[in-house]
Design a protein around this ligand. Structure first.
Ligand code: SF4
Ligand code: SF4
Length: 78
């Protein structure tokens, strides 16, 4: 499942925006928002989600439990 930003806790510091490898984060109105269609949970890019790693506010970038976990495409059949 993709990550989401808890708007009520986001301070609009913009730190996460530049760190996302998929450019999934953008400022929308008065807060930052993660596009769930672009978020890959940083799988294949980083060991930890970069938005979580850089966000100064705990529990602001969190998994969106309403959506399924991201599945990296498997290149080999076995
Ligand atoms: S988990 Fe990774 S891919 Fe998803 S929004 Fe955060 S930085 Fe971007
Ligand atoms: S790093 Fe955290 S507080 Fe800063 S804009 Fe992103 S979600 Fe908001």
């Amino acid at each position: 499942m993709p990550y989401k930003i808890v708007a009520a806790q986001c301070t609009n510091c913009s730190a996460c925006e530049a760190e996302c490898p998929n450019m999934a984060i953008a400022e929308v109105g008065t807060t930052f928002v993660i596009d769930p269609a672009k978020c890959t949970e940083c799988v294949g890019h980083f060991d930890v989600p970069q938005c979580v790693a850089v966000c100064p506010v705990d529990d602001t970038c969190i998994l969106d439990t309403r959506l399924p976990r991201y599945q990296a495409s498997q290149g080999t059949a076995s």
